[in-house]
Design a protein around this ligand. Sequence first.
Ligand code: FES
Length: 104
Amino acid sequence: MPFVEIIPLDKCQEGAGTFVSIEGKELAVFHLPALDRVFVIDNACPHAGGNLAGGDLDGQVVSCRWHQWEFDLATGVCTHSDRARVRSYSVELREGVVWADLPA
Ligand code: FES
């Protein structure tokens, strides 16, 4: 799958989610300097569509504000049930820009 340019890293909030809409997808980008990591996941919570970019963070776990389901940003797996997950994409940083491997 081709990598797609998502957002310049300096446009991302640090330690929080940033909403990005690109190529028909609504994404949440998390720039976590404390972990030296960047994650890209689908923005819509799989429970009922909550805005995960606006969720609360604990390390690399985001908590949806609607009903507090929590997702590991690296795997997308819900910490309460591994049957629930949000899509987490492979990420590369290229010259200060976040790219992600988005399916066609
Ligand atoms: S919509 Fe996210 S936990 Fe319910």
